[in-house]
Structures are given as C-alpha cells and as structure tokens.
Design a protein around this ligand. Sequence first.
Ligand code: UTP
Length: 294
Amino acid sequence: MRKVRKAVIPVAGFGTRFLPATKSTPKEMMPLIDKPIIHYIVEEAVKSGIETVIFITGRHKRAIEDYFDYYPELEQILEKGGKEKEIEKLREISNMAEFVYIRQKEQLGLGHAVLTAERVVGDEPFAVLLGDEIIKNETNPGIKQLIDVYYKFGKSVIGTMEVSKEDVSKYGIVDGKEVVDGIKLVDKLIEKPSVEEAPSTTAIIGRYVLTPDVFEALKNTPIGKGGEIQLTDGLSILRQKEVIYAKDIEGLRHDTGNKIGYLEAIMDFALEREDVKNEFIKIMMQKCREIEQS
Ligand code: UTP
C-alpha cells in the first residue's frame, strides 16, 4: 500500500470569528504561549510520518510562509550575541518538512481548498489537517491514528468525536456501523445538520486521510451550506464510489478557531509549561477568588 507522505493543511479561510485580529494576522499564527497554533499542527503531521506539508493559503496569510522559512537577518543578530542554540532552534522549524504553498485564489470553501492541492498531491493517499484544530496526544498523534486505519483498509478515513445533540449543527456529522473497536464504516455524511436532521452525534473533526479519488468527487460537488463547496459533501459523493471509514480520535481536541476554544487551549498549554505554570496558577487562583467575592 502507498505510504501517506503528504499532508494538506488548508489555512486560506478569513477567520471572521476572530476579527479584527484576523484583519492582518492569520488565526493560525496566534500563539499558544510562545508557539503559533500552526506549529503544533505541523509537529503532529511530522510526528506521524508526513514529509511534505502543502499549505492551501491566501494572500492574507503570508506570515505562515515566513514562519516556516529561514530568517537570516535575525540569525545574524543572534549570532553576534552568541546565541547559536536559538539559531538552531529556529532553523529546526524550517527543516521539519518540505513546505509547499498553493494559493486558493478565491475562498470557495474547505472542499474547494482541498481540491486546489490536486496536482501537488498527485495519485497518492494524503492527510488533511485543519489549521485551527489542535489534537493533543503525546504518544499517538491524531493524524497518525487515521493513517494507521488507512494502512489497514486502504480507504479514506475521517477523524471523529462524539458531541452533544445541541452541538451537531456546528459540525459535519457521520453515521455508520462499527466494524472494529471505534472504527465505523460510514453510510451517511451531512454538513451542519439541524438537531432533527442529524443521523447521529458523531462529528467530523479536522483530520482526514483521503484517497486521491476524492478530487474527482470534489469536482462534482455542488455549492452547499454557507454558499461554500463543502468537504463533507465531497466525501458524500466519494462514498457512492468507494467505502469510507470513520475513527474516533483519541486525544484532547482544541478548536482554536473560536474565542472560547482558543482561551481554553491557552490555559491548557500554560498549565503544562514548567516555565509559566506556577505563576499562571497563582494568577488564576487570585482571579477566581476575586470573582467569588464580587
Ligand atoms: P472555517 O469554517 O473555520 O472558516 O474553515 P474560517 O474562514 O477559517 O473561519 P471563520 O469561520 O470565518 O471564523 C475551516 C478550515 O478551512 C479553511 C480554513 O482556513 C480553516 O482551516 N478554509 C476554509 C480554506 O482554506 N479555504 C476556504 O475557502 C474556506
């Protein structure tokens, strides 16, 4: 079976939920302590065996390209200060993978963003990781879990998690029969259904391993919810041709594309960082006391 070597990371969305910040800063570049969100996502891909990262980007997202490039002017200054270790650390970021950037000229939706990668992906299976969702699992990275399922069945695999009934309308929802522990054979996919329409509470989260047949399906995908070409709709078309699996991803997921999700992620990461943890807990406890007293 062909190796999953390439990952597509769509980052071309406007991030309207984070305006005005996203007027000039990509939401993927917002930091969790001192590392931008996108760094964690690329790390997950690389730890899962990905060699080439294909960003689907836009003209408002140049900061991402700069982040994964060398920065000679800064290196010169660091060198003068004898900070060789820092230079090495910065270079490691650029050397994590081979980076390819494709401009999505019009933001026509996630399905369209993935289709933009067709020529660079070619005729091989590939991973998709959304640029604003973090999955924390130190021992078994989120996308690696799906790649392993791909190696078992040789078909597309969607990453999922269970959500509450009230939340189904925020996600693509899948339904299917469980074939092995935590792995379902998908028989229905629907983008952002109402509570009544939803066939289950199994939500698609931002991780996929797809066969290249998805490109043909996406070419035939009509405009869907929100006036966008939806990846969920494309997968629904692909399913008519070949089977698709869904796997519940093990790990803690942070949706950093919305304000509360982002705040939660900052808290979670701060509580794990030895250099800020104790001070941060002190501040939080103080704040909690103040809230209680008010
Ligand atoms: P979102 O639905 O989160 O949209 O896209 P968005 O524009 O990023 O953010 P909001 O909703 O306006 O706040 C899901 C993912 O698909 C990418 C986004 O960058 C994000 O990673 N995307 C979406 C594209 O790459 N292109 C598109 O045309 C749409």
